[in-house]
Design a protein around this ligand. Structure first.
Ligand SMILES: Nc1ncnc2c1ncn2[C@@H]1O[C@H](COP(=O)(O)OP(=O)(O)OP(=O)(O)O)[C@@H](O)[C@H]1O
Length: 402
C-alpha cells in the first residue's frame, strides 16, 4: 500500500539542516516528538508548503507534491491538507460556523452547502451550540475544536496538527485529547501531529517519530519506545536512563570505557522509513545472536539502577562488588542530587574520565536518607561521593541504532 504522506527530503532554514525520511499510511496517526528547536514544526511547514524542500521529494495522497531542486511544487492550497496550527488562527471576524465553512466556500460550495456541512462538523465535535460565536467568545478548548472542525471539513487527504493541545489547561486538555483521539480514529487519511508532550503522543498516535537536531532518531510504537529507547532523550521521556554502546560481531555489547555490558535485546530501533515488521528483532534473553555489529543504545529504568554506598557495605563486600566477578558494576561519582517527594534523583558519572557515562538513578527514600544495607550512613549520600553503580542485567535493554 502506498503511503498517504511520504517525505524524503532535506530542508534548510536558518541554522537548521534537517533530513526527514518518514511515511504515514492512510488511517495512521504519526506523532512527531522532540525537544525545542529540533525541527518538528519545520517538518510540518515543509509538508504544508510553507517552507521549500532543499532537496528530495514529498508525496501527498498519491501525488507528487514537491520535488527539489527544480521539480514540481504544488501550492499550499493544491495540497489537500487540513491544518491546525498551535494558535488555531481562526478568522476573528467570522463566527465558528463560518470559520468551519470557509474552506468549503473556497472550494466552490454555496453558502448554504458550506453552512450545512460546517454545522454537522460542529455538532460532531460536541459544540453545535457555539456556531454563532466569534473566536474571542470561545474558550481555548472550544477554539481548538472549531479549528479541528475547520481542518476536517474539506475532507483532506492529510491532517497536520501542530501542538494541538498546548494552549489548554490540564483539565480541558485531557477532555479535548480524548475527543481528538476519537476524531483521529475516524479520519481516513494520514495524520501528522507535532507535540513536545509524550502524553499526547502516546494517547493519540499509532507510531511516534522522534526528531532531534533535524534528524529522525527513532521511529516506533509508543510501547516500543517505552521499552527500548534509542537515545538519551527518549530514555529520559520514558523514565529510563542509558548510553551508547557498540554491538560486537559475536553478539557481545561493549562500551569503550566500561567494557562488556550484559542485558537483553528488546527490539531493533525502527529506522526512518523501515517497516515495523521488517525491522523487528524480537525479545529474548541475552544478546541476540542475529544482531549485526554496530551501534546500540543500552537503557534501564532509573529506579532500577542500584547505587551501592561503600560505607554501607560490609567488610570485603565493596571489593567483591567492584571485582571482576560482578556484572555491570562500576565505580561512579555522585555529580548531583535532587530531592523529590518519594525519591531522590542522582546524576552519576561512571567509570573514569574516558568512560564519561552519565546516568540518572532514582534513589529510594531509604537510600536517600542514608539508610542502606541495615547501616546508617552519617549525612546520607552526598554530591562528590564515590559509589558503586550496578545495572542488573535482566533490566538492561539494548536496541540497535544503526
Ligand atoms: N524562519 C526561520 N528562520 C530562521 N531559522 C529558522 C526558521 N524556522 C526555523 N528555524 C530554525 O530551525 C530550528 C527548528 O525550528 P522548529 O520550529 O522546527 O523547531 P521545533 O522542533 O518545532 O521546536 P519547538 O518545540 O520549540 O516549537 C530553530 O531553532 C531555528 O534555528
Amino acid at each position: 500500500m502506498s503511503a498517504e504522506l511520504s517525505i524524503k527530503a532535506s530542508v534548510v532554514v536558518g541554522d537548521l539542516r534537517a533530513e526527514y525520511d518518514l511515511q504515514v499510511q492512510a488511517g495512521e496517526v504519526l506523532a512527531v516528538l522532540g525537544p525545542n528547536g529540533a525541527g518538528k514544526s519545520t517538518l510540518l511547514r515543509a509538508v504544508a508548503g510553507l517552507v521549500p524542500l532543499t532537496r528530495g521529494r514529498l508525496r501527498l495522497g498519491g501525488r507528487l507534491a514537491e520535488e527539489a531542486p527544480g521539480g514540481a511544487r504544488l501550492s499550499v492550497r493544491e495540497r489537500a491538507l487540513g491544518v491546525v496550527f498551535q494558535d488555531y488562527l481562526l478568522f476573528r471576524h467570522l463566527t465558528a460556523l463560518d470559520n468551519v465553512g470557509f474552506g468549503l466556500r473556497a472550494r466552490g460550495a454555496t453558502r448554504m452547502e458550506a453552512r450545512a456541512a460546517a454545522s454537522e462538523w460542529l455538532a460532531r465535535l460536541g459544540i453545535g451550540e457555539l456556531s454563532g460565536r466569534r473566536p474571542e467568545e470561545l474558550s481555548g478548548g472550544q477554539a481548538q475544536k472549531v479549528a479541528l472542525a475547520r481542518a476536517l471539513a474539506t475532507s483532506p487527504d492529510v491532517l497536520l496538527l501542530d501542538e494541538p493541545l498546548s494552549a489548554l489547561d490540564v483539565e480541558s486538555r485531557s477532555e479535548v485529547r480524548a475527543e481528538l483521539r476519537s476524531v483521529l480514529a475516524d479520519f481516513e487519511g494520514a495524520a501528522l501531529v507535532v507535540t513536545h508532550d509524550p502524553a499526547d503522543a502516546a494517547a493519540l498516535a499509532d507510531r511516534i517519530a522522534i526528531v532531534e537536531g533535524g534528524v529522525v532518531t527513532q521511529l516506533g510504537t509508543p510501547e516500543a519506545l517505552a521499552t527500548g529507547p534509542a537515545t538519551a532523550y527518549v530514555a529520559a521521556l520514558v523514565g529510563r536512563t542509558g548510553f551508547d554502546v557498540v554491538l560486537g560481531a559475536t553478539g557481545t555489547v561493549v562500551h569503550e570505557g566500561l567494557g562488556e555490558i550484559q542485558g537483553t535485546f528488546v527490539a531493533r530501533a525502527e529506522r526512518a522509513g523501515a517497516t515495523a515488521a521488517g525491522d523487528a528483532m524480537g525479545a529474548g534473553d541475552g544478546n541476540d545472536p542475529h544482531a549485526t555489529a554496530g551501534r546500540a543504545f543500552a537503557s534501564i529504568r532509573s529506579e532500577l539502577v542500584e547505587v551501592l554506598i561503600p560505607e554501607a557495605l560490609g567488610p570485603g563486600e565493596a571489593d567483591t562488588a567492584a571485582g571482576e566477578t560482578s556484572v555491570n558494576t562500576w565505580p561512579a561519582t555522585i555529580l548531583r542530587l535532587e530531592r523529590g517527594l518519594g525519591s531522590t534523583t542522582a546524576t552519576l558519572l561512571l567509570g573514569d574520565a574516558r568512560a564519561s557515562v552519565r546516568l540518572t538513578a532514582r534513589l529510594p527514600l531509604d537510600t536517600a536518607l542514608g539508610r542502606a544495607g541495615g547501616l546508617r550512613i552519617p549525612g546520607g549520600p552526598h554530591e562528590g561521593q564515590s559509589v558503586l553503580v550496578c545495572l542488573p542485567p535482566s533490566h538492561v535493554a539494548f536496541v540497535a541504532t544503526r
